[in-house]
Design a protein around this ligand. Structure first.
Ligand code: NCD
Length: 314
């Protein structure tokens, strides 16, 4: 496969294993470019990329900005404070306004699930979802997959335990779709209050203790307790949460001897992960994930702007 057959990247759901591999293979080459002295190319010279973020972000926004700049594009970052009342209206108005300025790619983060799809129906350029509500965060799952593939050489057959606040996590959802498509075995590990109902329908094994969930796992992926998305009490206390679900060496002992640790960031040290584990330079892939995020976003921007650059319809 050499062509990405989608106009936008709204989610991982619906992508085939071949399409995912196409992105990862291309991203591998951008890792090399990013590590070399000539990190900047002119591939997107004269093209405009807008990062439209209705929600706070540090690493995802910086990563998309850097990716577009490394490809030589002109980049504009727009941070918009979303008003809870006028959200729908603001979103469409903003999209139409930006569309009139002839963009090549629009990267969008929004607090509402489905908002990015809505916006993609209104514009002519490629739209990339940088996280919409609890729904999807496709580039995070792609960079996670790249990190695993570069370390272990494959995704197929691996046991991946995704632990913590699955309920509020778009990262978990995108990872579940991707890992299933690539033939990995996915487990979710969380207290029942932090799991969406009927999560097993997504093709995952459900565990309520770290002891059973981490048993013989190849990868342990920790998620942040997303307090800002919680209305009400989901866990009795932070101390108790860490005691039962926080990753430390004791809980990790049941996983495979060299099991790797991941976290999409931002991390709450001492809440979902112990500092010592997070900083374990042999087993923690947290900084690899950040590095590879830039390469994955370069690959996706390259693939999605190809039709326009080559003068054909997507
Ligand atoms: C995540 C997000 O915003 O969805 N972070 C990220 O993009 N790396 C997860 C989180 O906020 O906990």
């Amino acid at each position: 496969m050499t062509r990405f057959p989608h106009r936008h990247l709204l989610g991982i759901e619906g992508l085939s294993a071949g399409e995912i591999s196409l992105v990862l293979d291309l991203a591998d080459s951008y890792v090399e470019q990013s590590r070399s002295r000539e990190r900047k190319s002119q591939l997107l010279d004269g093209r405009t990329v807008v990062n439209l973020f209705f929600e706070n972000s540090t690493r995802t926004l910086t990563s998309f900005e850097l990716a577009a700049k490394r490809l030589g594009a002109d980049v504009i970052n727009m941070a918009v404070q979303s008003s809870s009342v006028k959200k729908g209206e603001t979103l469409i108005d903003t999209a139409m306004t930006l569309n009139a300025m002839h963009l090549d790619a629009l990267v969008v983060r929004h607090a509402e699930s489905g908002a990015v799809k809505l916006l993609s129906d209104k514009v002519n350029c490629a739209v990339l979802n940088a996280g919409d509500g609890h729904h999807e965060h496709p580039t995070q799952a792609l960079l996670d997959a790249l990190a695993i593939r570069r370390r272990l050489g494959r995704l197929e057959g691996l046991v991946v335990a995704i632990c913590g606040d699955i309920l509020h996590s778009r990262v978990a959802r995108s990872n579940i779709h991707l890992l299933n498509a690539m033939g990995a075995h996915v487990r979710v590990v969380a207290p029942p209050t932090l799991l969406p109902s009927a999560i097993e329908r997504l093709g995952v094994e459900v565990h309520h203790t770290m002891k059973s969930g981490l048993k013989d796992a190849d990868i342990v992926m920790m998620l942040r307790l997303q307090s800002e998305r919680m209305s009400g009490q989901y866990v009795p206390s932070i101390r108790e949460y860490f005691y039962f679900f926080g990753l430390d060496y004791e809980k990790l002992a049941v996983a495979k001897p060299n099991a790797l640790i991941m976290h999409p960031g931002p991390m709450n040290r001492g809440v979902e992960i112990d500092s010592e584990v997070a900083d374990d330079f042999k087993r923690s892939m947290i900084l690899d994930q950040v590095e590879l995020g830039v390469a994955v976003r370069m690959a996706v921007l390259d693939l999605l702007t190809r039709p326009a650059r080559e003068g054909r319809a997507a």
